[in-house]
Structures are given as structure tokens and as C-alpha cells.
Design a protein around this ligand. Structure first.
Ligand code: ARG
Length: 462
């Protein structure tokens, strides 16, 4: 005889090691709130459809609420022998209220039950993540506004390319995060479908009302195919994909911050409260937070790969493989939330070394495109202007000076189109503000981005 809730057809109890291997309670206990919420809606529906009595439903609901309070007070004892959160709660319910507890699982299987819990959980977590994304976006806009006017070299191939506003660079991440938020909104939509009532796989013989459960739990729709309802993990894959892309964004930003903090760049300095020192080298101040975010990105991407691989070639409908959807998802959720929260702090506390950025712009040739564009405005074809500018850069390099150090006569040796206004054209401010095309780096464009971003943040907050 087995003491399991499903023990009827068994002669022996489960081997202890096998039970440890297949039990999920050590990680799925975090679904307790959703499990109870789902069971309360199910019990209400069963009574409404006269599948159980009102009296039993009341007892069940009161019992479940008691269990919820117990779990939240840390007084509930989870049992590995009871495998998972569903059976832990059901067993506790029956212990609490007696026979009525045994009626809760009517017209339900753990397969649709766990699917419901996961949908509810993902939906709730997506809302929290979207809020954290907005907070980081707000921190970026604040930093962009505060540092408006700071000019840095923009890079391609990690080589100084053209001068840009530091704020423009920050706002690029604002845009990436905006898409991340949209991706998570899509995840929400696909998680916002109610699976309960699918039973184990084929539906149920009882006259249930799935739409009632969906309304109770605020779902937009119910699954139209019971096999799909218990087998679908697309919303988890999509969550992990959205989380991976978000982490990749944070990782790219992390990499830049790490570079900027290095003595070689010295573009920014992180707040002391956000860094750590070295146990051996007294001078060190390490950017651990962005390093960890960069490192943890691998974990989240790994969880996506693990889940894609777990679902690939999985026959319909439920297979225990699907229990593997939890740990990676939970870890990805924790990682993403933590990373977003610390990143908002890093951005808010980051000191910008404007003078070092300026030096990197001035003591280099990132204004060479502007030199060519100047000649184009004077009627020289771009290809020729490019050639002349290249020769001037070469001349400067061979003499160890920069374009701004050349005398007007020297410019004229390369083209008679040069006039005294060339010196103004080469100034970083001129280069930046000349890029006033839509989405460009000019002060005007960046100010527009900031005010659009603020409007947008206000709108989505409503
Ligand atoms: N712990 C299981 C999971 O997370 C619950 C569903 C179990 N269903 C079953 N037929 N064994 O997937």
C-alpha cells in the first residue's frame, strides 16, 4: 500500500531516492499562492455547476484560506513525500476539513492545475518585470537629461568614429528596453489564456463552466483544445526568449560600463556603494555589478536553450519532462528582476567624467567625417572630399597633431575650398549639433527624445 494521493493501484510505496528525484516541492512551492487562488476559483465553479454542494465549497475555500495564511506565516510543513505543491496543499486541506477536501479535485487533473498555476504566476511576474523595466528607463532618461551637453566619442569597431552626446548613447538603451517591455506584454497576452478544465488531457465528464473560472481569475480567454491546454509551454519559451534578449541588452550595457570604468577610458565612475574592492590589491575598485549582470546573461540564455530542448520532440500531451519548465523559469525571473533593479541604481549613481570624454573627442580624428562634409557643402563631390580629408588626417598623424591644429594655409594646400570657418566646423559641438537628422545625435534631437520618452513614461504609467 502506498500513502500517496494516487496510491490506489500500487502495492509498494515509492522508493525514497526515486521520490526525491521526481518530487518538485522544493521548487514549485513558490506557486502556493497561485495554486490556492486557482483552487478557490475551481471550488466556486464546482458548486455553481452543482457538481459539489455549496456547503462543501465553503469549507474548501475557508480551508484553503487557512492554509494560505499558514504558508505565509512560515508555519506550513512541506513534505517531499507529497511530491509537489498541488498534493501538499490538497493533503493539508483534507487534514483540515475532512471529506470535503477530497471533493476539490473533481473534474481536475494536476496537468491542467499546474498549467493554471504557471499561467497565473507568469502573468504576475511579467507585470513586476514590466514595472522594473520602466524604472530603469526612467533612470536612463534622468541621466540623459542631467548630462545633456556631455560629448563623447561614438564608436564603431570599438574605434572612435564620430562625436555623439553621451545622452544619445544612454537613450539607445531606453529604446531597447522599450522593445523589451513590448515583448513582455506579448508574453502576458499569450499567458493570459485559461487552461483549467482540460483535465488530464481530454476534458472532463462533469458539466463544468470554464468561462466562469476564466472570469474569476481575470483571464481573457480559455484554451479551445484540451490537449493544447496541458501541453502548451510556448508562453514559458517566450518568457525565456524575452528575458534572454533583455539580459543581452543589459549585458551589452554592462560591457560598456566596465570599459568606461577602466583607467584606459575613465569615462564614468561608479558609486563607491555599488563597487567592491580587492582583498589583495588596495587600489582596486571593481565594477562587480555590471560584470555579474554580464555573467548572469549566460544563465538566462541557457535556461531558454534548456527549455527549447526539453519541449522539442515531446509528444502530446503531458509528460513529466514538462516539470522541467520551472527551475529555469524561476531562476530567470529572479535574475532578470534583480538585474533590472541593481542596474537602475548603477545608472542613477554613475558619475560622468565629461572632461575625459571631451579629451577623447578632441585628441583624435572623430571629426574627420565633418571635414569631408564641409568640403561637400562647398561643392566638392563626397568621394573626393573623403580622399582629401584622409590625406589631411594622414598629414596630422605623421606630425603628431590633430585637424584643429592645422593652419588655414595648410588646409588650403589640400583644397582651395577651405576658409576660416573650417575651425568652427571641426568643433565637437558643431559636429554633434550638425547631426540634426531625425534620430540623430544633435542637442535638438536628443532633447526631443528626452521629452518624448518622458511623455511615453507618463502615458504607460497611467
Ligand atoms: N509537479 C508536476 C509538474 O510540475 C505537476 C503535474 C504532475 N502531473 C502528472 N501527471 N504527474 O509538472
Amino acid at each position: 500500500m502506498s500513502e500517496k494521493l494516487w496510491g490506489g493501484r500500487f502495492e509498494k510505496s515509492t522508493d525514497e531516492m526515486i521520490n526525491d528525484f521526481q518530487a518538485s516541492i522544493n521548487f514549485d512551492r513558490r506557486l502556493y499562492r497561485e495554486d490556492i487562488q486557482g483552487s478557490i476559483a475551481h471550488a466556486k465553479m464546482l458548486a455553481r455547476c452543482e457538481i459539489i454542494s455549496d456547503d462543501d465549497a465553503e469549507k474548501i475555500i475557508a480551508g484553503l484560506k487557512k492554509i494560505l495564511a499558514k504558508i505565509e506565516a512560515g508555519e506550513f510543513e512541506f513534505s517531499v513525500a507529497l511530491e509537489d505543491i498541488h498534493m501538499n496543499i490538497e493533503a493539508a486541506l483534507t487534514a483540515e476539513i475532512g471529506e470535503a477536501g477530497g471533493r476539490l479535485h473533481t473534474a481536475r487533473s494536476r496537468n491542467d492545475q499546474v498549467a493554471l498555476d504557471m499561467h497565473l504566476y507568469v502573468r504576475r511576474q511579467v507585470c513586476e518585470i514590466k514595472r522594473l523595466i520602466l524604472e530603469l528607463q526612467a533612470a536612463l532618461v534622468d541621466a540623459a537629461e542631467k548630462n545633456l551637453g556631455v560629448i563623447m566619442p561614438g564608436y564603431t569597431h570599438l574605434q572612435r568614429a564620430q562625436p555623439i552626446l553621451f545622452s544619445h548613447h544612454l537613450l539607445a538603451y531606453f529604446e531597447m528596453l522599450r522593445r523589451d517591455g513590448e515583448r513582455f506584454a506579448g508574453v502576458y497576452d499569450r499567458a493570459n489564456i485559461m487552461p483549467l478544465g482540460a483535465g488530464a488531457l481530454a476534458g472532463t465528464t462533469f458539466p463544468i463552466d470554464r468561462n466562469f473560472v476564466a472570469d474569476e481569475l481575470d483571464f481573457d480567454a480559455v484554451y479551445q483544445n484540451s490537449l493544447d491546454a496541458v501541453s502548451d509551454r510556448d508562453y514559458i519559451l517566450e518568457f525565456l526568449a524575452a528575458a534572454s534578449i533583455l539580459m543581452v541588452h543589459l549585458s551589452r550595457f554592462s560591457e560598456e560600463i566596465i570599459l568606461w570604468c577602466s583607467r584606459e577610458f575613465s569615462f564614468v565612475e561608479l558609486d563607491d556603494a555599488h563597487c567592491t574592492g580587492s582583498s589583495m590589491m588596495p587600489q582596486k575598485k571593481n565594477p562587480d555589478v555590471p560584470e555579474l549582470v554580464r555573467g548572469k546573461t549566460g544563465r538566462v540564455v541557457g535556461h531558454l536553450m534548456a527549455m527549447l530542448t526539453a519541449v522539442k520532440a515531446l509528444p502530446l500531451a503531458y509528460n513529466k519532462d514538462l516539470q522541467e519548465d520551472k527551475e529555469g523559469l524561476f531562476d530567470a525571473i529572479d535574475t532578470v528582476k534583480f538585474s533590472l533593479a541593481v542596474f537602475a541604481q548603477i545608472v542613477a549613481g554613475m558619475k560622468v567624467r565629461a572632461e575625459n570624454m571631451r579629451r577623447a573627442v578632441e585628441e583624435d580624428f572623430s571629426n574627420a567625417t565633418d571635414l569631408a562634409d564641409y568640403l561637400v557643402r562647398k561643392g566638392v563631390p563626397f568621394r573626393q572630399a573623403h580622399e582629401i580629408s584622409g590625406k589631411l588626417v594622414h598629414e596630422c598623424i605623421s606630425r603628431g597633431i590633430y585637424l584643429k591644429d592645422l593652419a588655414l594655409d595648410e588646409f588650403k594646400n589640400f583644397s582651395d575650398k577651405f576658409d576660416a570657418d573650417i575651425f568652427d566646423a571641426l568643433k565637437p559641438e558643431t559636429c554633434v549639433n550638425a547631426r540634426n537628422s531625425l534620430g540623430g545625435t544633435s542637442t535638438e534631437q536628443v532633447q526631443r527624445q528626452i521629452s518624448d520618452a518622458r511623455d511615453w513614461l507618463r502615458e504607460v504609467a497611467e
